[in-house]
Design a binder for this molecule. Sequence first.
Ligand code: GDP
Ligand code: IMO
Ligand code: MG
Length: 435
Amino acid sequence: MPSIVIVGAQWGDEGKGKVVDLLAERAQVVARFQGGNNAGHTIVHGDETYKFHLIPSGILDPQTTCVIGNGVVIDPGVLIAEIDGLRERGVDVSNLKVSANAHLIMPYHLMLDHAGEARLGKLQIGTTKRGIGPCYADKAARLGIRMQDLLDEKILKKKIMAALEPKQLQLRPFERDPALDLQSMTEQYLTYGHRLERHIADTTSLLHRALDDDRFVVFEGAQAALLDIDHGTYPFVTSSNPVAGAACTGTGVGPLDIDEVWGIAKAYATRVGAGPFPTELEDDLGEELRRRGGEFGTTTGRPRRTGWIDLVALRYAARINSMTALVITKLDVLSGFDTLRVCTAYEGADGAVFETFPYHQTVLHHVSGRYTELPGWSEDISGARSPEELPQATRDYLRFIEEAVGVPVVLVGVGPGRDQIVWLGERSPLLAESR
Ligand code: GDP
Ligand code: IMO
Ligand code: MG
């Protein structure tokens, strides 16, 4: 039952989609387990670029079954648009299976997300405004609408009524919005149900069968460790658990069904949205990193904040995920800097030094990075395909990271293309598995 969980090790957008797409060649099933269309996963195949928000990044491989697990929150209109967009590009989506237990993002979730951010004003989180938080809130309040509810008009209407009832006050500013009309909302969602019915499945049993038959399963995380609602920089987080443990709850498999956990990290750091970012560069260097790395959000187009790699946060991410391997992406973006800085500890305003990730919000908001300087390299490494083709300084940089984090780097990204990778050391025996 070989299986790998792919998780973001920083603040998201590390290149998870690219890694999942690579592994999908060998996998029989790729399963998303949390988040929703706040995610934006980019895959570059030759001249073709795909951006997935909900559909798992294995969909381009026609032999891979793609699962949207129960832990994902689904905006059905977005999912249908994504399916149609792929069909138009000739991609077969018949292998897409959606959990009947996944929760649905409703029009009022989008309204509440917008209103919530507006109310917070300066303190806003900088959400993607896709209704993610309010949808997970309804799930926890047991007022959620699930995929299976789309197949029964009576149940659907009743559940929408029950969900709307306690929100009347909050939704008052939107009361004239036609999207809130109970009848038309019900009809709209029934239409979605008809469109999606062929994809709705018992995805938990499907995964059990695949694992019991020794098939290779890849669990695809969205967002990242530092955006985790429990372990991230709360309240500047998303509303789900992007850590590896959620692959279990978000699909219905047990912890012992997981063989490996790969954390994906950029060779530097980025964050989109508000919240603490101890190694942030708010100067020309940060701007340069943003320009070179093309650091603009896949989902919202917002400029991403940029900074040096943060090994304190990465060590923490490695521990909370039980990471067995690291993938370092975008190493090519660092070519041409004379010296590179890596953050090995935090320093508080009072001079206190933190080598482990501080749990206290106030502390975290005021720390800055303590850095070790490493030599940069000037070579363009985007054509490298083997470790020998990488300059010594890049190998030293990678070695420093893996030693500080205590997790081996197995794969390095040297460009957005599918083939722009370098495998390091021994390949995982899991990758020898064939379908
Ligand atoms: P995800 O959300 O973790 O899947 O990452 P995103 O797709 O949001 O952002 C990663 C961006 O970096 C995308 O535009 C990728 O095409 C690109 N990318 C991925 N790996 C590499 C790499 O090794 N080098 C470069 N230059 N770009 C990369
Ligand atoms: P992928 O999967 C980067 C951020 C938002 C905001 C916070 C909460 O592409 O790595 P939300 O809409 O989830 O309530 O917003 O989380 N965020 C992401 N940042 N990559 C993502 O996904 C993100 N998904 C959410 O910017 O700060
Ligand atoms: Mg992204």
